[in-house]
Design a protein around this ligand. Structure first.
Ligand code: CUA
Length: 160
């Protein structure tokens, strides 16, 4: 048996206890709040097939209703296709995005859009743009040497 002063045992117990509490809390929150890799994991394909698979063989913006759009975006090292989307103000945009190579991110600061793009996994997210202006979207998962060059924009026009 290891000889330790009593205070050391106490501190060891406190350390182990704090670690246990931390793991239990994060584990519980992860399960209860569904903090898994982001939503839309249902659709997957091999990353090398992304460019030849619908709808990512023709990415772009499609009008699907009154001021409602579907934005199909293909991310790659280092950019997005398309990297500019123009919609009228008040538009609801259903993003569907994937990556054809490595893990990328897709965040639109000032909105609730914050996605992780795994190769071949299609992520879907719906965002409404009420205010006119230019919204930058950027990659916020480090993906290589030109990671900071990886961005695009949503242009929201002041017309309906
Ligand atoms: Cu793509 Cu960082």
């Amino acid at each position: 048996m290891l000889h330790m002063p009593k205070y050391e045992k106490i501190w060891l117990a406190i350390g182990v206890g704090a670690l246990a509490v931390f793991l239990i809390v994060t584990g519980f929150m992860g399960v209860s709040m569904g903090l898994n890799p982001p939503n839309g994991m249902e659709t997957t394909m091999k990353s090398e097939n992304v460019e030849t698979t619908e709808p990512f063989n023709s990415p772009g913006l499609e009008k699907i209703g009154p001021n409602e759009y579907r934005a199909t975006i293909l991310s790659y090292t280092f950019g997005y296709n398309p990297n500019t989307i123009t919609v009228p103000k008040g538009a609801t945009v259903h993003f569907q995005i994937t990556s054809k190579d490595v893990v990328h991110g897709f965040i639109i600061p000032g909105t609730t859009t914050n996605l992780m793009l795994l190769p071949g996994h299609v992520v879907e997210y719906t965002q409404r743009f009420n205010e006119p202006g230019e919204f930058l979207f950027v990659c916020h998962e480090y993906c290589g040497i030109a990671h900071q060059e990886m961005y695009g924009r949503v242009i929201v026009k002041d017309t309906v």
